[in-house]
Design a protein around this ligand. Structure first.
Ligand SMILES: Nc1ncnc2c1ncn2[C@@H]1O[C@H](COP(=O)(O)OP(=O)(O)OP(=O)(O)O)[C@@H](O)[C@H]1O
Ligand SMILES: [Mg+2]
Length: 424
């Protein structure tokens, strides 16, 4: 996952956890279900077998030779006799003997006593004796406890197995997704990279042609055509360069010692690029900046696009005569802050987060706007380990604040293609 962005990694992590949780849950529920079925079958079989034994003893057993864990009592005209083994405390159950003798019917009881459970059946036999059979179920109860313990251990082992299986299955299930994302980015970077050389060659060639055309005294419209061709190729080159930079940014070079960029200079370049439109719309644009540079590590063309997008939006959404103010300053924690505020139409605070979504457009928006600018801006800012937030109120203007980690001053690095702001 080395080539994935933070957002993509988060998506993959979420997908993996979801798959893992479902697999883990299914395994756990299955083990629980199997345990519950085994336990209920065992208790049911035990109950049936023990009651069968108690009833047999009550019908045929003799007090003198009781089977294991059982006691027999006979009651002849109120005289109760037990066997040679002393009975547990509280037995025989005199009430049951009297009831069975009086009603000449069988009475069955379950008695919890002496830390165990006794099954008791009292009945009057054909020979007139009333017999009470008592069975101590302590061994059956111990068996149940052992089974529960074994099931608990099995559940724990099952949980560990479920967790391990979930991890493996989760990883395998999302591997194609991660691969697809990496392949997509690779395609963009590889294609962009391969396009750079022919574009540079075409640009150089057209510049040479433009110079020769000037020397050869060609008609003015031919020279203008060559100039326009050179400008178009240069824009093409800038776009390809931006694609490469975005891909690089997406995997996070910002804040890791990228070239030093002065955010004040970026803001001023962006303002200069929008000046014609601002003048055209009778907007006042001000830049309030400290006298020294505000340096950040990053990619200048990407930052210029970000600030340019804020300015373009501000110009688009501010009616004639309005104001646009750029403020640059240092914020606590070594942060560099840029604010673009306007006195325009503003927006509903409830959509402040949503306007950063891809293709978000307010109803009635301009047809040639795609709702992409702020989404791309947020990616650029996030790639520089910064944040962007928007505040606004309908009719009361909008303010966008970008915060980036400041960088200590050091010599900057050059760039491959001349940077141009995206003018509208
Ligand atoms: N300065 C602003 N004042 C008021 N609303 C704004 C401002 N900037 C952005 N918005 C709102 O946020 C929405 C999204 O802006 P975004 O820049 O992403 O898209 P867009 O400008 O409509 O289209 P695109 O930038 O793709 O050409 C806009 O449609 C607009 O409703
Ligand atoms: Mg926009």
């Amino acid at each position: 996952m080395g080539e994935l962005t933070g957002d993509e990694r988060a998506v993959i992590r979420r997908a993996r956890s979801r798959v893992g949780a479902v697999v883990g849950l299914v395994i756990t529920v299955l083990i629980g279900l199997v345990g519950a079925i085994a336990y209920s079958m065992m208790t049911h079989a035990q109950d049936r077998q023990v009651w069968r034994e108690v009833r047999y003893n009550a019908t045929y057993g003799e007090p003198a030779t009781p089977p294991g864990c059982a006691w027999l009592f006979t009651d002849v005209d109120g005289e109760v006799n037990g066997g040679p083994i002393p009975p547990p405390a509280g037995f025989p159950l005199v009430d049951d003997l009297e009831r069975a003798r009086a009603l000449r019917t069988a009475v069955e009881d379950v008695v919890e006593r002496n830390g165990t459970v006794y099954l008791v059946r009292t009945q009057t036999r054909a020979d007139g004796r009333t017999v009470q059979a008592v069975f101590d179920t302590r061994y059956q109860l111990a068996d149940r406890r052992h089974l529960l313990l074994a099931l608990g251990v099995a559940e724990l082992v099952g949980l560990a197995v479920a967790a391990a299986t979930a991890l493996v299955v989760g990883q395998r299930a999302v591997a194609p997704l991660a691969e697809a994302l990496v392949r997509q980015r690779r395609f963009v970077t590889d294609a962009s990279h391969e396009l750079r050389t022919p574009i540079t060659q075409a640009y150089t060639r057209v510049q040479v042609l433009a110079r020769q055309a000037a020397d050869a005294d060609l008609p003015a419209d031919h020279r203008a055509g060559l100039d326009r061709l050179a400008a178009a190729i240069r824009r093409f080159g800038a776009i390809v360069d931006d694609l490469l930079l975005s891909a690089r940014l997406a995997v996070g070079p910002g804040g890791h010692g990228g070239p030093l960029v002065d955010l004040c200079a970026v803001a001023e370049t962006a303002v200069a690029a929008e000046t014609d439109r601002a003048v055209d719309r009778r907007l006042t644009v001000t830049v309030d900046r400290p006298p020294d540079q505000l340096l950040v590590n990053g990619i200048e063309s990407a930052l210029l696009r970000a600030v340019g997008e804020l300015l373009a939006n501000a110009v688009n959404h501010t009616p004639a005569g309005g104001r646009i103010a750029l403020t640059l300053c240092r914020a606590p924690g070594g942060v560099v802050q840029l604010t673009v505020g306007d006195s325009g139409e503003g927006f509903d605070p409830a959509v402040a987060d949503r306007i950063f979504d891809r293709f978000h457009r307010e109803p009635g928006g301009h047809e040639r706007r795609y709702g992409l600018g702020l989404a791309l801006l947020r990616e650029v800012v996030a790639g520089h380990r910064g944040t962007v937030e928007a505040t606004g109120h309908p009719g009361a203007g909008a303010t966008f604040t970008i915060r980036l980690p400041g960088a200590p001053a050091r010599p900057g690095a050059g760039r491959w293609w001349p940077v141009r702001s995206r003018a509208r």
